[in-house]
Write a protein that binds this ligand. Structure first.
Ligand SMILES: [Zn+2]
Length: 270
């Protein structure tokens, strides 16, 4: 093996600082830093919310099925058994189930709002019959780009849901992308167009919007302003806490608590 000369070594090292300071590495580093920073801020907000006046809890579900093999993400899935147990327990506890339209500072601490994201077909076939049985209102936030794909609602399913008096349809961007990292013009289009497409399908206005991924890292203040200027009445995040008076003052980043198979019991024990 040839021995590297000093000149050759110096020549090779010239590239190292350039690599470290290259745009790509810098961007990745800043993105990781931003992720930790914003996740920290979100945690602080969630802890702070515990000490504020509460006006109920918005629960967020995705898949509801007993078939574990069908789950896309265990963090966003619950079995039919557990979902039924949770809803029936909350009914026994005489929780005040309400529709998102009625969110307000006069709502009491016992109010529960049920929401689903992403329009999985099992929402219609598994979860909705239980909610209808107990006369519980619910909202489904839909990305129209998912409609008709395997495991998701079809356009006809969507129309069937929207005809139910207990159901509200909300928008969730067209193609379910992370808005903070999307160019402003495209983000604005995705926010506005998703509501327009859904509204055309169901023949009703679509007034509520949920940010895909929903964390502080996933959507910026600019995205919240885009939701406001698109004409929606409220924007929903995945801030993991109860609805508080402070959060209700600005309606563009309202909290929703992700419920899944691992954590659903904590909502019964409250
Ligand atoms: Zn989603």
């Amino acid at each position: 093996m040839p021995i590297m000369t000093t000149e050759a070594l110096i020549e090779r090292m010239k590239g190292i600082p350039e690599f470290i300071l290259s745009k790509t590495v810098y961007e990745v580093f800043m993105s990781v830093l931003k992720h930790y920073f914003l996740s920290g801020i979100q945690k602080i907000m969630e802890v702070g919310c515990k000490y504020c006046t509460h006006h109920g809890d918005i629960l967020m579900f995705h898949q509801v099925t007993n078939d574990y093999n069908d789950w896309d993400d265990p963090n966003c899935s619950i079995t039919y058994r557990s979902f039924k147990h949770l809803i029936e327990s909350l009914v026994v506890q005489e929780k005040d189930f309400s529709a998102l339209e009625k969110i307000s500072p006069v709502a009491n601490i016992n109010t529960i709002y049920i929401t689903f994201d992403d329009a999985y077909i099992d929402v219609l076939t598994q979860a909705v019959p239980i909610l209808v049985q107990h006369n519980i209102p619910f909202t489904v936030f839909i990305s129209p780009g998912f409609l008709g794909k395997p495991k998701y609602l079809t356009i006809e399913n969507l129309r069937e849901l929207s005809r139910m008096p207990l159901c509200t349809i909300g928008a969730h961007t067209v193609s379910h992308l992370m808005l903070r990292s999307t160019p402003q013009e495209k983000a604005s289009y995705e926010i506005k167009e998703s509501g327009k497409i859904l509204s055309d399908y169901i023949g009703k206005p679509v007034e509520f919007f949920a940010y895909p991924y929903g964390s502080l890292y996933a959507c910026s203040k600019k995205n919240c302003l885009q939701v406001k200027s698109a004409g929606y009445k409220m924007g929903f995040s995945t801030l993991n806490c109860s609805v508080t008076t402070t959060l209700l003052k600005s309606k563009w980043f309202l909290p929703r608590q992700n419920v899944n198979e691992m954590n659903y019991l904590q909502y019964i024990k409250r």
